[in-house]
Design a protein. Structure first.
Ligand code: HEC
Ligand code: HEC
Length: 471
């Protein structure tokens, strides 16, 4: 009975939302009503977890959250500045732009499938140019260069949006790696005084050692946080799941307060709206994002074959590990999430071999050709950010960016400073200095081979076709 009701609600929502709103005794003037719809038609976690909705219906709802242009009646914004909201640019009542409140929708930024052609191919879930870059944690900008050092002073972060295709495979790999590393942690605790090597999917994360009292020495951990959770999302590798990322994105970009952060029926930002994004809507958003098609390989010509070989030989593949395989094809979704134990609180699961994600089966799992080790690396002083103190290592560290789809996602590097692949490679430093120098030392033909290989790594051609333009 309840199932039928959930289903009916979803169908009514999809088919006759505009009519229903006209028919109802409207509380707001036309166009100002919440874009997520009236409360009774919104996706709730109970309905989603009960199995009443098909993957298509969930993806459709997730697409709606992803592309909705949120309004103030949805809770866009932080509420009054006097009560703790972010200040607004020229007190305009709506946005700040630097340090968030910088967009009306997720799609506003993640909207380019290919920048390799003119004009670009637009589409849901892609990357973006510099105009869509985000500037978190900014306190001061000095464009006039009062210090006279030739640098526009900027103490925040400047980051360019990556594409979101194939993120389900990435999340599955990361969860499995976390599970392995947590077992190694247990092993260390059970064998005090013995140095335990941290290795998952062939990637080395340093070592740990426990003492007899059960204290862990994590000073030897490399490229991930001391809690041994692999966090593949965010350019610095800060988020273990798309859900964790999305919740922050909703708050940062749009001042929307997900129920899971502030509680149900709580108007924490005093903007007159509570239940701004339901737990079910965040679930639908995460499932939508993580079931998008993976990027694709296009056929290699002889130059690209030689380029692929060089990519291995000169050490690019040490970090940009071409493929990772999983033990299972099933990506599970949890709420609430327990980062150290992804097997807890599972409410939904998706077979990533199926469409639309469409990963290739390998053994009992899938192969994820993402070109990353999901580990953070010191990329040297040239690529350093300015958020932390000048000597802080964190400024120089970035997770190995996944290269699948890279032919389509210019501009490159965390802040989009490299307009071409060649520029991006030559800007590598720090741990990647040797590989970079070997690339620079290749003949022009040799470098062109590497670039020909990278040019075969393409985004999906028409992602999300299953849910786009359907009723
Ligand atoms: C103003 C532009 C902008 C908007 C709006 C935006 N994003 Fe992003 N997105 C970014 C940037 C920049 C990054 C890289 C973030 C980082 O490194 O921390 C990113 C990263 C991500 C990632 C992690 C991808 C990865 O591989 O690390 C996910 C998932 C994501 N965004 C989802 C969303 C969702 C969902 C929304 C809407 C709630 C959204 N984004 C809105 C710019 C944007
Ligand atoms: C030590 C690890 C490491 C090695 C070795 C390495 N890279 Fe990278 N690569 C990274 C990291 C980390 C980034 C992201 C840096 C940033 O965002 O500023 C990156 C970024 C890139 C990008 C930009 C992609 C994008 O979407 O922005 C390309 C292209 C690239 N690498 C290719 C190569 C090639 C080719 C080689 C071999 C010559 C190589 N890399 C060697 C770690 C490495």
């Amino acid at each position: 009975m309840r199932r039928t009701r959930g289903l009916t609600a979803a169908l009514i929502y999809a088919v006759c939302l505009p009519l229903c709103l006209v028919g109802a005794q409207a509380q707001t003037v036309a166009g100002d009503e919440p874009v997520l719809g009236p409360p009774e038609l919104r996706i709730q976690q109970s309905g989603l977890a009960s199995g009443a909705l098909s993957l298509w219906q969930i993806r459709r709802a997730g697409l709606h959250v992803f592309s909705a242009r949120f309004r103030k009646s949805d809770g866009f914004g932080d509420g009054p500045v006097a009560l703790g909201g972010r200040p607004l640019l020229q007190n305009n009542g709506t946005f700040l732009r630097i340090n968030g409140l910088d967009a009306q929708s997720c799609l506003g930024c993640h909207d380019e499938i290919s920048a390799a052609v003119t004009p670009v191919i637009k589409g849901v879930g892609g990357s973006a140019g510099i105009a869509n870059s985000a500037m978190p944690m900014t306190r001061a900008i000095d464009v006039a260069d009062f210090t006279g050092n030739g640098f526009a002073g900027f103490d925040g972060r400047l980051i360019n949006p990556p594409a979101l295709f194939g993120t389900g495979g990435v999340q599955l790999v990361a969860k499995e790696m976390t599970t392995v590393l947590q077992q190694q942690k247990q092993q260390a605790l059970q064998t005090p005084g013995t140095e335990v090597r941290l290795r998952a999917n062939g990637v080395d994360f340093g070592h740990i050692v426990a003492d007899a009292q059960g204290n862990l020495d994590t000073s030897g951990v490399e490229g991930i946080d001391a809690d041994l959770v692999v966090r593949p999302f965010g350019r610095k590798g800060e988020f273990a799941s798309v859900r964790a990322f999305d919740v922050n994105a909703l708050m940062f970009h749009m001042g929307l307060q997900p129920v899971e952060m502030v509680g149900a029926d709580v108007d924490a930002d005093n903007d007159g709206v509570s239940n701004e994004v339901t737990i079910g809507e965040v679930s639908a958003l995460e499932i939508f994002v993580t079931t998008q098609e993976r990027p694709r390989w296009t056929p290699l010509n002889s130059y690209a074959v030689s380029g692929a070989r060089r990519f291995q030989q000169i050490g690019c593949a040490d970090c940009h590990r071409p493929t990772m395989v999983t033990r299972s094809p099933y990506l599970t979704y949890s709420y609430p999430e327990v980062e150290t134990d992804p097997s807890q609180n599972v409410f939904y699961s998706v077979d990533l071999r199926q469409q639309p994600a469409g990963f290739q089966q390998f053994g009992r799992g899938i192969v994820v050709p993402m070109f990353s080790d999901l580990k953070r690396h010191d990329m040297g002083p040239e690529l350093a950010e300015s958020l932390f103190s000048a000597t802080d290592q964190q400024n120089r560290e970035f997770i190995t960016v996944r290269l699948w789809g890279v032919a389509d996602t210019a501009p490159y590097l965390h802040d989009g400073r490299a307009f071409t692949l060649n520029e991006a490679i030559l800007l590598h430093g720090g741990e990647a200095q040797t590989a970079r120098d070997r690339y620079a030392a290749l003949s022009v033909a040799g470098r062109n081979d590497v670039l020909a290989f990278l040019a075969t790594l393409r985004n999906p051609e028409s992602p999300n076709a299953d849910v786009l333009n359907s009723p």
